[in-house]
Structures are given as structure tokens and as C-alpha cells.
Write a protein that binds this ligand. Structure first.
Ligand code: COA
Length: 166
């Protein structure tokens, strides 16, 4: 599928690749925005392996959002083929900076990199079935629901597995 256009320049915001000095800000955004939290080494591990698809959004040198992906091998969600998949591990934008296009461009910028830098053929992600903002974001960008993962989250909520052929 043709990838939608995205921009790294959303003046006054700018998107760019993550740097190690952004770690504390990204960890803080993750803690504020999502119940799924990770130790520092988890973020760094993803950065070391897939630096080009780990993006941040900043304004006035303050980091306000991020997206990070990793690559996995597996059976295609769209047919019986063994392929490289890009897995959206986490994406978040601080509440004061939402609905300005940052989420969409962080999502698409990472997909673009997974496809062209890391040769992913599909992108997959999990999302809480109650997370309407995120589900809308993914549907708007041609992701489809592949299946429901029962009790996927620690608190018992189900997830949708969503996928996009890129
Ligand atoms: C999901 C999230 C990243 C979206 O970021 P954002 O910067 O607000 O997104 P954008 O402004 O780029 O919006 C793109 C699309 O997302 C959807 N969307 C975003 N906010 C929405 C809302 N409050 N209600 C419904 N749909 C919404 C819409 O489809 C929107 O397109 P539109 O503007 O044409 O309607 C943000 O809400 C967030 O950080 N949520 C908490 C963390 C999270 O849930 N991450 C996803 C885990 S799977």
C-alpha cells in the first residue's frame, strides 16, 4: 500500500530521531500517558537496534511526544508468508499537545523508516479496545483489526491486534 505523506516539520513543532539525551523526557511522557511502562534499558535497547524509527516531537527544545518500533519476524496478518514486521511498541503525545497532528506524523514517520530503513513488509500494533483516540488514528491510516487478544493487558482489558501492509 502507498504510504501516506507525513512531515517532520509541523511548525512550531519539529519531529526528529531520538537521541540518548531525550531518554528522561520520553520515559516521563510514557509514564504520564500510558499504563504500559518500561525500564530505561528497554527504550535504549530499541534505540540501539532501530534508531531511525525511534522518533520524538519537540517544541522549544521540549520533548512532547514519541513513537518507537522494533522489527520481528512472523507470519503475515494478510496471508501465509513469513515476513519482517515492524511492531509499534509505543506512541504517546503529552495531553497539552494532542490533536495537532503529532500522533499521526510520529506514526507515519516511524512506518516510513520501518519500511525503507528496516525492510518491514507489514506494521502491527496492539491497542486497548477502549482507546478510541488511538483506534481512530490507526484506522485513519489504513490499519485494520486482525483479531481481539483476550485479556492482553495486566488489568484484564482486551487488545485489538491491528495491522497495515506497507
Ligand atoms: C493516540 C495519540 C498518540 C494521538 O495523538 P495526537 O497527536 O492527538 O493525534 P493527531 O492529532 O495526529 O490525530 C490524528 C487522528 O487521531 C484520531 N484522534 C486523535 N485524538 C482523538 C480524539 N481525542 N478523539 C477521537 N479521535 C482522535 C483522529 O482520527 C485524528 O484525525 P483527525 O484529526 O483527522 O480527526 C494521543 O491521543 C495519545 O498520546 N494518547 C495516549 C497514549 C496512547 O493511547 N497511545 C496509543 C497506545 S496503542
Amino acid at each position: 500500500m502507498t504510504l501516506k505523506k507525513f512531515s517532520m516539520d509541523l511548525t512550531p513543532y519539529k519531529l526528529r530521531e531520538f537521541k540518548e539525551e531525550d531518554l528522561a523526557s520520553v520515559v516521563d511522557i510514557n509514564l504520564k500517558c500510558l499504563p504500559e511502562n518500561y525500564p530505561d534499558f528497554f527504550f535504549l535497547g530499541i534505540y540501539y537496534r532501530y534508531p531511525k524509527s525511534f522518533l520524538v516531537a519537540e517544541i522549544d527544545h521540549k520533548i512532547v511526544g514519541y513513537s518507537m518500533y522494533r522489527k520481528e519476524k512472523g507470519i503475515s496478518c494478510f496471508g501465509l508468508k513469513w515476513i519482517d514486521k515492524g511492531h509499534l511498541v509505543s506512541i504517546a503525545v503529552l495531553p497539552d499537545h494532542r490533536t495537532k497532528g503529532l500522533g499521526q506524523n510520529l506514526l507515519l514517520g516511524g512506518i516510513h523508516s520501518m519500511k525503507f530503513d528496516y525492510n518491514a513488509k507489514e506494521i502491527i500494533l496492539e491497542v486497548r479496545i477502549s482507546n478510541n483516540s488511538a483506534i481512530n488514528l490507526y484506522k485513519k491510516n489504513s490499519f485494520s483489526i486482525v483479531k481481539t487478544l483476550s485479556h492482553y493487558y495486566k488489568d484484564g482489558e482486551d487488545a485489538y491486534l491491528m495491522a497495515f501492509k506497507c
